[in-house]
Design a protein around this ligand. Structure first.
Ligand code: MG
Length: 386
């Protein structure tokens, strides 16, 4: 099948995660060629994907996992690369017009920056890239004439609502949030919330880390940071509204008080496809909305008392320097500890707040400063005791 967009091949970082697997669905649907795949260490799935999609390069971050994969795919004509250099090689593979960055965590930062320097289009699904290093990444993208098209559903919605409009006339961006599995619950009831409870997301089927971030609403705070970097707007001009149906994916309010929204069934394949085929729109596997069955769309204010991570992230979103990298790194470690049963639900907030208070902010940071700030925050939280 010839892909109607002319964008014929992609590199996919983070192919074994939720967005990665859905990107492969989209690639199949669009008839795209996969030039490179990468993952942290999920060798078995990566082997299956390599057999099916026949990339030229497969990168695995973990060295032992890379050796294991190499043995498994000896019969294929594929190069197995490892470590951060391997991920960079996958991001920069020859011939890929679009690099889909779906890896989780700050590991995606260097490979993404390397692909930006080559002027490749980035279909950006790795939140941490913009959360931690938004200014550096957007500056580099401008210098290299690189397009960054967001894959996160809210940012894809905003991107679509901003198309063809004068950025001067934007009053504010309105990010919608489903509210997660704990919507409507009060602080007292959430004190003893368990990972099992938090992992049951009502609308979206996602990886474990982001599902916990949706339960604490930290995810929405990270998305506000992502939006400020991507659209060059201050944090005060980004609102968050709870919208349990997850049909309106976000909105833009203009100077004349007109609001433009993007709606669809909650299906990540749509924003993934849009980021690859932009500015064209082509048929997708996403079901069309049936307005006769859509009985209501509701909106409410976030409960900052029950979900203090959101308030903390909104406050940090307005701080330049390394603070956002600290918040992000601390949160990554805290979510890991919550999932292991070492921290309670509000232990996530407490330890992230403690990391922000303990680790000083560096203004105008270098990339190394940013990475180091995130690592220090992780270490701090690993050792954090209530
Ligand atoms: Mg999102």
């Amino acid at each position: 099948m010839t892909n109607p967009t002319g964008e014929n091949s992609i590199s996919l970082l983070g192919s074994t995660g939720s967005v990665g697997r859905q990107t492969l669905d989209v690639a199949e649907h669009l008839g795209l060629r996969i030039r490179a795949l990468s993952a942290g260490k999920s060798v078995k799935l990566l082997e299956e994907q390599a057999r099916r999609f026949k990339p030229e390069v497969v990168a695995v971050y973990d060295e032992n996992a890379a050796r294991d994969l190499e043995a498994r795919v000896r019969d294929l004509n594929v190069r197995v690369a490892s470590g951060i250099d391997g991920l960079i090689e996958a991001a920069c593979v020859d011939g890929a017009e679009v690099v889909v960055t779906a890896s989780v965590g700050t590991i995606g930062l260097l490979p993404t920056l390397s692909a930006i320097r080559l002027g490749r289009r980035i279909a950006l699904a790795n939140k941490e890239t913009l959360v931690c290093a938004g200014e550096l990444v957007m500056k580099s993208a401008r210098e290299h004439g690189c397009e960054i098209i967001p894959v996160d559903s809210e940012h894809s919605a905003l991107y679509q609502c901003l198309c063809g409009e004068d950025s001067e006339s934007v009053k504010k961006l309105i990010l919608t949030a489903s509210g997660g599995p704990f919507r409507g619950m009060r602080r007292a009831a959430l004190m003893n919330a368990t990972p099992e409870m938090a992992l049951k997301h009502p609308n979206w089927n996602m990886g474990r880390k982001i599902t916990i971030d949706s339960a604490t609403l930290m995810n929405k705070g990270l998305e506000v940071m992502e939006a400020t970097a991507l659209f060059g707007i201050s944090a005060e001009r980004v609102d968050v509204v709870i919208h349990p149906e997850s049909v309106v994916h976000s909105m833009v309010e203009y100077a004349d008080s007109s609001v433009i929204a993007q709606l669809s069934e909650p299906d990540m394949r749509l924003p993934i496809q849009y980021a690859i085929t932009y500015p064209q729109r082509v048929p997708s596997p996403t079901k069309a909305l049936d307005f006769s069955k859509l009985s209501r769309l509701s909106f409410e204010k976030p409960d900052y008392d029950a979900f203090p991570c959101l308030e903390l992230a909104l406050r940090t979103a307005g701080v330049s320097g390394t603070a956002r990298a600290v918040l992000n790194g601390a949160n990554e470690a805290a979510v890991g500890r919550f999932l292991n049963g070492e921290l309670g639900f509000y232990g996530i907030y407490d330890s992230v707040l403690a990391a922000l208070e303990k680790i000083g902010n560096i203004e105008s940071p270098s990339l190394d400063d940013i990475i180091e700030a995130g690592e220090s925050a992780k270490e701090f939280v690993e050792k954090y005791r209530l």
